[in-house]
Design a protein around this ligand. Structure first.
Ligand code: 6PG
Length: 472
């Protein structure tokens, strides 16, 4: 019978949870997985639910009401294309394919063109929130034609997280815009995580135990830093390893993994000439963390001060709070500036206020201060940089002294704080009306006759100096 409202291919954890979420909102859902035993056990594990387990793609497609709505939740890259290719001969014009994985936005643009030419409708949708978000309400970032969004809107709005009565989903823009914004979300996620790790490293050097840190992060989560990542961090510090009876955080090897979305973000930023130094530092910190053997060797050769801090712990907590919050503002300012720049370049018509609003719930970077970011863009949609919104200007002015002190203290103790420092470097550069690039221009002119502009002549007028010859 062709009467399922929605179909999903790929029953890994995210896929399964999304299916249960859609079904719980009153829709009948057909499911297909390449290994059909997974489909069978999934359907069997949820008796009484409006689920149709298909044994073949043909059966799956036939079970869907027209226009068919098929969501693909498989590994990004080749597997997405392979599923689409096998679907094409089975679907009818006007059917909708949704890719809900972490696909590279340029792949989404290619698929949008490819499927559009064949008469199908395609949505590239970023879905954030991990397993729990998928089940209870993720943040969804769909891109594609507005007319296709209109068809999908009732289902997407019913399954998304809700904040202040607003669902955490909105039509982001055409083509690859949805996956693009999800990519930047992930870059910001990398930045948030690294900043928290740097705070932890400073506290560790000051002798805080995991139990004390659980308390610090629980307290922070009651205040202006309230966010999902701060919350889970408090729970991580409180978790005890059943094998040793000691805090689990002390038993986990210090080498970070990454699937690539952070790297894609910084590659895109370089291409667009937008500075995202905090995210850059976060990606590089993961790379350095993975060089465990080299670090262990270097630790025996390269000197530095002992990574030990002393002093009033409560005062340190306040200062690190300020440094973390200030750096976090910078990271979002950079990520949003990149979205704005790319949106203009691509003519996507992006609404930064709406993007910030749908990040307030469901996703990994959800945080109280996204309300303030939403307000900042709603009151000034053409805001050139988040730091210049009065609310954030005030916070940065308030935090900057402690931010500097934390970075100086850490640096003098040999504690690496690359993301804190990168953020402060951006702040100080951005607020400098004069930078030393006059010297840089002179150097370029010296060795390459690249010319320069003068401070006492109109912009655009170029000058060259006959520099002395350098012998040898
Ligand atoms: C989300 C997450 C999700 C996933 C990333 C993690 O928004 O739900 O970002 O997409 O956790 O793939 O990426 P790394 O493995 O690169 O940390």
């Amino acid at each position: 019978m062709s009467n399922s409202d929605f179909g999903l291919i790929g029953l890994a954890v995210m896929g399964q949870n999304l299916v249960l979420n859609v079904e719980s909102r009153g829709f009948q859902v057909s499911v297909y997985n390449r290994t059909t035993a997974v489909t069978d056990s999934f359907v069997a594990a949820h008796p009484g639910k409006k689920l149709v387990g298909a044994q073949s793609l043909e059966e799956f497609v036939q079970s869907l009401a027209s226009p068919r709505k098929v969501m693909i939740m498989v590994k990004a890259g080749g597997p997405v294309d392979a599923v689409i290719e096998s679907l094409i001969p089975l679907l009818a014009p006007g059917d909708i394919i949704i890719d809900g994985g972490n696909s590279l936005y340029t792949d989404t643009e290619r698929r949008d063109q490819w499927l559009g030419d064949l008469g199908f409708r395609f949505i590239g949708a970023g879905v954030s929130g991990g397993e729990e978000g998928a089940r209870k309400g993720p943040s969804i970032m769909p891109g594609g034609p507005a007319s296709t969004w209109d068809v999908m809107k009732p289902i997407f709005e019913s399954i998304a997280a809700v904040v202040d009565g607003e669902p955490c989903v909105t039509h982001i823009g055409p083509g690859g815009a949805g996956h693009y914004v999800k990519m930047i979300h992930n870059g910001i996620e990398y930045g948030d995580m690294q900043l928290i790790c740097e705070a932890y490293n400073i506290f560790k050097a000051a002798g805080f135990t995991p139990a004390e840190l659980a308390k610090v992060f629980t307290d922070w989560n009651q205040g202006d830093l309230e966010s999902y990542l701060i919350q889970i961090t408090s729970k991580i510090f409180a978790e005890i390893d059943p094998l040793t009876g000691e805090p689990i955080v002390d038993k986990i090897l210090d080498t970070a993994g990454q699937k690539g979305t952070g790297k894609w973000t910084i590659m895109n930023a370089v291409e667009n000439a937008v500075v995202i130094s905090t995210i850059n530092a976060a990606v590089e910190a993961r790379i350095l963390s993975s060089m465990k053997d080299q670090r262990v060797h270097a630790a025996t050769l390269l000197e530095g001060p002992p990574a030990q801090l002393s002093g009033d712990k409560a005062l340190l907590v306040q200062k690190v709070h300020d440094a973390l919050f200030a750096s976090k503002i910078i990271s979002y300012a950079q990520g949003l500036a990149l979205i704005a720049s790319m949106g203009q370049e691509k003519n996507w018509g992006l609404d930064l206020g709406k993007i910030a609003a749908i990040w307030r719930g469901g996703c990994i970077i959800r945080a109280r201060f996204l309300n303030d970011i939403t307000d900042a863009y709603r009151s000034d949609p053409s805001l050139s940089n988040l730091m210049l919104a009065p609310f954030f200007t005030n916070l940065l002015n308030q935090f900057q002294q402690n931010w500097r002190e934390v970075i100086s203290t850490a640096t003098l103790a040999g504690i690496p704080v690359p993301a804190f420092s990168a953020s402060l470097g951006y702040y100080d550069s951005y607020r400098s009306s004069v930078l030393p690039a006059n010297l840089l221009q002179a150097q370029r002119d010296f060795f390459g006759a690249h010319t320069y502009e003068r401070i006492d002549k109109p912009r655009g007028e170029m000058f060259h100096t006959d520099w002395p010859e350098v012998i040898g």
